[in-house]
Design a protein around this ligand. Structure first.
Ligand code: PEP
Ligand code: CO
Length: 450
């Protein structure tokens, strides 16, 4: 073990960082980093602390984390409508979970910064041509030519500005009336309203409306109640592209602590979670709440090392472990991990990502997931926590506000031959609105049982 050097925003550079683009012109990257350093932070330290406190409640079983959004955000999806639709489904799912389980839901979007992707292979075969694998719009274009796939550091600046405009709209929607609980009906999209999930949602929306009118009737003044009129939707993305993250680290003027100011919550992915690796080193020094994805090959010892590295002061809400073990393996693989972490005494929020270990490619070449596998992994996650006596604290999902056909199944079953209809994802298949709502109802039932 090397002698520990003091942490700085650039101390990760002493280590070999995996999954970084091969920038053709390093001087251009330096110039972009300098520009990013001059730009204002996207989020503030106080906000990151508020999220950490909210996640701390979830650690104790008094709240539930709903973290969801795109696998990879697109530079093309900047319209107000697109952002509103992504928010709507998150609000709807949250209403279903909160109402169904009578527990606060901490809402964290994979939004306003999810522009990079780790890849298992250096190249991918698309339409008969071999191309460098797509690594996200912060790195290069998704167009299918070798030229388009050359990493361009200017895109990090574009990622910053796109995150700014997304976050700006998100703040307006969540604080300016759209997310007001009295608007609970309007979050149901027209094309969803007539579906099974849409009708089920309407029932809950009606109940929430009645509960609000009841409170008003007995003299509770809801006019000033912030929690009814505003919501907190926090931002998150994978802290993968360290040339982008480093210049956005800022020192909080009130505490002197370092914060990653590109998003409220950052996580290390399954491919970059080595306890002594560059990405974990980067996350150790920022005070934000952070997460780590945990795949089926992770060992109890690795988890213990991650807990000690990332939450040495044992702060509840600081560390979320997001397991993505696969529907077939979760029930057996998870309990030993839960027990090993419990032994450390480090408080951890456990969340279930039922997406990433259940992906497969159809004969037609579509990367997809079965709704039933997604559901099975969450059931296994709840079952493992029941066995060990720990709290299944949240879910981490890839969803969209659109009527896409990327995942198979659900109540109005997307069939394999229908995947072509609206297959729009830049990377992994997302649950569409109906599948997302359906899932929320099922998870609410599991929470009640837990
Ligand atoms: C992702 O969340 O999109 C992802 C790549 O996940 P993982 O690191 O778990 O594979
Ligand atoms: Co993904």
């Amino acid at each position: 073990m090397a002698v520990a050097q003091p942490w700085t925003p650039s101390s990760w550079r002493a280590l070999h960082a995996l999954q970084q683009p091969e920038w053709p012109d390093p001087a251009a990257v330096d110039a972009v980093r300098e520009r990013l350093r001059q730009l204002p932070p996207l989020v503030f330290a106080g906000e990151a602390r508020a999220l950490r406190r909210a996640l701390g409640e979830a650690v104790e079983g008094r709240a539930f984390l709903l973290q969801a959004g795109d696998c990879a955000e697109s530079f093309r999806d900047v319209s107000a409508v697109a952002i509103r639709e992504r928010l709507k489904v998150l609000l709807q799912m949250s209403a279903v979970l909160t109402y169904g389980a009578t527990l606060p839901v901490v809402k964290v979007g994979r939004i306003a910064g999810q522009f990079t992707k780790p890849r298992s292979a250096l190249t991918e075969r698309l339409g008969g041509v071999e191309l460098p694998s797509f690594r996200g719009h912060a790195v290069h274009s998704d167009e299918r030519t070798p030229e388009a796939r050359v990493p361009d550091p200017e895109r990090m600046v574009q990622a910053y500005y796109q995150a700014v405009s997304t976050l700006n709209l998100l703040r307006a929607f969540t604080k300016g009336g759209f997310a007001d609980l009295t608007q609970v009906h309007t979050w149901n999209q027209e094309f969803v309203a007539s579906s099974l999930e849409g009708r089920r949602y309407e029932v809950i929306a009606n109940e929430i409306g009645r509960a609000l009118r009841f409170m008003q009737a007995i003299g509770i003044d809801l006019g000033d109640e912030r929690t009814i009129h505003e919501v907190d939707v926090w931002t998150s993305h994978e802290a993968l592209l360290l040339d982008y993250e480093e210049p956005l680290v800022r020192r909080d003027s009130t505490t002197g602590d370092w914060y990653a100011c590109s998003a409220h919550f950052l996580w290390a992915g399954e491919r970059t979670r080595q306890p002594d690796g560059a990405h974990v080193e980067f996350l150790t020094g920022v005070e934000n709440p952070v997460g780590v994805k945990i795949g089926p090959d992770a060992t109890p010892d690795e988890l213990v090392a991650l807990c000690e590295r990332l939450n040495p002061h044992r702060t509840p809400g600081r560390l979320t472990l997001v397991t993505r073990l696969g529907a077939d393996r979760v029930r057996e693989a998870l309990p030993p991990l839960l027990r090993a972490v419990r032994e450390t005494g480090v408080p951890v929020l456990w969340a279930c990502d039922p997406m990433h270990a259940n992906t497969f490619v159809t004969p037609s070449g579509h990367k997809t997931r079965r709704f039933d596998d997604v559901l099975r992994e969450i059931e296994g996650f709840f079952g493992a926590h029941r066995e060990v006596g720990s709290w299944p604290g949240g879910v981490h999902l890839e969803i969209t506000g659109e009527d896409v056909t990327e995942c198979l199944g659900g109540s109005e079953g997307v069939l394999e031959e229908q995947l072509d209809h609206r297959y729009e994802t830049l990377c992994d298949p997302r649950l569409n609105v109906r599948q997302s709502l359906d899932l929320a109802f099922r998870v609410a039932e599991m929470m009640r049982a837990a």
